[in-house]
Design a protein around this ligand. Structure first.
Ligand code: PLP
Length: 486
């Protein structure tokens, strides 16, 4: 039996996603014509050729001018932008309940919330240890305004939110003050899907909730009638590859009036005077969209959403789930000739409540860490695109590796030019811990050949010790995630 036949036997649902194989040939043919295995969908999605063609045609058929006027070219632009805004709200089932603010990216949307949320003494910001740095950065706004900042820890080795600690921290809010909980729907480090039920649970205790959906929406449907966070942040290139430079903040209308912009800009005011030193902010989304929108790219978002709808989110989700399950099983089964495991996977070992992001490190037969930067180079030589480092999510990495506050202090003692590679050297001296890892992730255009290619690449490190860094072995067997029944 071939590996693919065995895979189909074990994952019968995959057959129902065959339309994606045809699509890969017609829309993503550049992958196979260039022999590329793209495994960084959590970094960025890939666009279909037709998205670019359709967008080029739209641009070539219209005279799109700056939207801040009433002339015909401006009106055409405004119509295209507003049609896209309506399409975004409809896609997430938020029409009537939410306002869509276009931003540069998810980070831009997060910064809008951070700078506009009415943090004050007596109020709180609660973050999960698993968060992208663009969410962690909100603590600077909160702290500067006197709010208490807390982190809810993760469990190890699964890297899920510690629900008991979370309940304790949520209970600390004074509902009369402004309290914000921010967490990712899906981790960009471990692929863990965090419980969306937290949104209602936190609201009941007096919190507003920011759901960072950037890593979730490329392979899952977010229905804003079923889950109702106050703020949702998204980057469209992660969903369908093109365009880059456009993201979105979805604000629940009930929460919109709580936000206070700290400044005004061109495009955000109905009226401003120099002599009177006053301004009147525009209502709704217009008060948040500084300057001139990326008005030529925004209509490509509607094209991308239509593409996703045609492909079907359920189909994408099923395919990614099957490939992730297969790869996890394969990686965790890899052993050196001496019987020791080759791969340490961070986060859940099964595909339950997790998405298609798999983060790991490889070890030599004696438990020494293999240098993930060299592994990335070697993968590149085989035209495999993967990611290494800490993926802008230091908290998840710290929990995954069991890095302590002392470890972090030892790193910071290196001085202002501390970098991840230097920190890794420090950690190697302090017990062989890693700082940083290898991440592969699946998405819309992934197929079995991509997954198989990576597994074959990883298995090539069997019995190899040449890429070892550091002299201290790590006891990989002691911290392996446990699979059901093993
Ligand atoms: C979970 C998560 N949140 C936020 C971001 C920030 O997105 P962007 O870099 O597009 O602003 C990312 C990017 O990787 C992410 O994965």
């Amino acid at each position: 039996m071939t590996a693919f036949a065995q895979f189909l036997d074990d994952h019968p649902a995959y057959s129902a996603t065959a339309a994606l194989d045809a699509l890969r040939m017609t829309e993503y043919g550049r992958l196979d014509s260039q022999g590329q295995a793209y495994l960084d969908y959590t970094g960025g999605g890939l666009h279909a050729s037709s998205q670019v063609r359709e967008h080029a045609q739209l641009l070539n058929e219209h005279v799109f001018g700056n939207p801040h006027s009433a002339n015909p070219s401006s009106t055409d632009t405004t119509q295209a932008v507003e049609r896209t805004r309506a399409a975004v709200l409809a896609y997430f089932n938020g029409t009537g309940e939410y306002t869509a603010v276009f931003t540069l990216n998810a980070s831009g949307a997060l910064k809008l919330v951070g700078e506009s949320y009415p943090f004050a003494a007596g109020g709180r910001l609660l973050l999960t240890v698993d968060n992208h740095n663009s969410v962690n950065g909100i603590r600077e706004f909160a702290g500067a305004k006197g709010a208490v900042v807390d982190y809810a820890p993760l469990t190890a080795p699964e890297l899920r939110i510690d629900t008991s600690a979370m309940s304790t921290l949520l209970a600390r809010a004074n509902p009369a003050c402004a309290n914000l909980l921010a967490f990712p729907a899906q981790s960009n480090f471990s692929g863990v899907k965090h419980p969306l039920a937290l949104v209602d649970a936190a609201r009941d205790l007096g919190w507003h909730v920011l759901l960072d959906a950037a890593a979730f929406v490329p392979t899952n449907r977010l229905d804003l009638r079923a889950v109702t966070p106050d703020f949702v942040t998204i980057s469209f290139y992660k969903m369908f590859g093109y365009p880059t430079g456009v993201g979105c903040l979805l604000v629940r209308n009930a929460a919109l009036s709580r936000l206070r912009r700290p400044w005004f800009a061109g495009g955000t005011v109905n009226f401003a005077t120099v002599q009177g030193r006053l301004h009147v902010l525009s209502p709704r989304e217009a008060g948040f969209e500084d300057g001139t929108l990326n008005y030529l790219s925004i209509p490509a978002v509607e094209i991308g959403l239509r593409h996703l709808d045609r492909v079907g989110m359920d189909t994408i989700h099923t395919r990614v789930h099957c490939l992730t399950d297969w790869l996890l099983t394969g990686l965790l089964a890899l052993r050196h000739s001496n019987g020791r495991h080759m791969v340490r996977v961070y986060g859940p070992a099964t595909s339950t409540q997790r998405g298609g992001t798999v983060t790991m490190n490889l070890y030599d037969p004696n438990g020494h860490l293999l240098d993930y930067r060299r592994i990335e180079e070697l993968a590149g030589l085989e035209r495999i695109s993967l990611r290494t480092g800490c993926f802008c999510n230091p908290g998840a990495g710290e929990t995954a590796e069991g890095l302590t506050e002392d470890d972090m202090r030892a790193g910071l003692a290196e001085g202002a030019d501390i970098t991840l590679p230097r920190f890794l050297q420090v950690m190697q001296r302090r017990g062989g811990k890693s700082a940083g890892a290898i991440r592969v992730s699946f998405g819309l255009a992934s197929n079995f050949a991509d997954a198989e290619r990576f597994l074959r690449f990883a298995s090539g490190f069997r019995d190899q010790a040449t890429l070892t860094i550091g002299a201290v072995p790590f006891d990989i067997e002691s911290c392996r995630v446990i699979r059901d029944g093993s």
